[in-house]
Design a protein around this ligand. Structure first.
Ligand SMILES: C[S@@+](CC[C@H](N)C(=O)[O-])C[C@H]1O[C@@H](n2cnc3c(N)ncnc32)[C@H](O)[C@@H]1O
Length: 249
């Protein structure tokens, strides 16, 4: 059983499309700010998406900017569903699409060598890894190993920071005003401080209740990364706080 993907996830994502509109719009906004896109209409090179699932939360219009898109997911339903959701749009833009059922994270060094110039998108997967390991230490270790392995590469990640119960029901597609594009923190200490401020801000905004789950992604972004904070009403009274950033060390 896949704890972060599989048929249950696909059904849930399909059903929640309208409740997640604002979250997907926030993600689209962040994706659109990828610092290496030269021009709105100019196709950039190759994109690898790790933890792509069916690309429920990624707009086809953004994928069309690339000459080639290669996706990886351990879930066997992900590849056919990704093709189904985005295939036609990518054929229309002349973007080559290849979808693989593969543990891309275990095989990251080989994957990076095989695609030396590709931009890598970790698509809501790092924060899920604690559910794929028996211990928190093993999950944290793998997250650290992955981010180290990406050194020198152009990459981005959207992932869970925290998740938990909320007092209020999420109001459909209403946007929770997020902290868009704050200035990058200059060092680790400033980054930790920013995260604490964001946590207080979000707890208040979202009406956080009880103890929230830490998804172990605190150390993912190096200092200097501009981090976007995005609310994701996963269920009516259970919200994920996502963080998203682009990195080139
Ligand atoms: C929350 S879902 C991602 C959602 C997706 N980005 C979307 O827009 O629909 C997390 C995904 O990560 C996948 N995953 C978990 N571990 C993985 C690994 N080692 N390699 C590739 N995919 C993995 C899961 O199967 C799951 O589909």
């Amino acid at each position: 059983m896949n704890p972060s993907g599989g048929l249950f996830w696909h059904l849930h994502a399909w059903r929640c499309k309208s409740q997640w509109t604002a979250t997907c719009a926030d993600i689209a906004l962040w994706l659109g700010q990828m610092p290496w896109a030269q021009h709105e209409s100019a196709q950039t090179e190759e994109l690898l998406i790790l933890g792509a699932s069916a690309g429920w939360m990624v707009p086809s219009a953004w994928l069309q900017r690339f000459r080639s898109v290669t996706t990886f997911d351990v879930d066997r339903w992900a590849a056919p569903l990704f093709q189904r959701r985005h295939g036609a749009a990518l054929r229309a833009s002349g973007t080559a699409l290849r979808c693989h059922t593969h543990d891309a994270l275990a095989d990251l060094p080989a994957l990076l060598s095989a695609h030396p110039r590709a931009v890598v998108l970790l698509d809501n997967v790092l924060g899920q890894l604690r559910f794929h390991h028996a211990s928190v230490e093993a999950a944290a270790g793998q997250i650290q190993q992955i981010t180290r392995g990406l050194h020198g590469r152009r990459w981005g990640s959207v992932h869970d920071a925290f998740s938990g119960r909320t007092q209020r029901r999420a109001a459909g597609s209403a946007t929770v005003p997020m902290l868009h594009s704050p200035q990058a923190a200059k060092d680790k200490a400033a980054q930790t401080e920013r995260r604490a401020v964001a946590l207080a801000h979000f707890s208040n905004q979202l009406g956080a209740q009880g103890e929230w789950l830490d998804h172990l992604t605190d150390g993912v972004f190096p200092a200097g990364t501009v981090v976007h904070h995005i609310a994701w009403p996963y269920r009516p009274r259970y919200c994920h706080w996502l963080q998203a950033g682009w990195v080139k060390e």
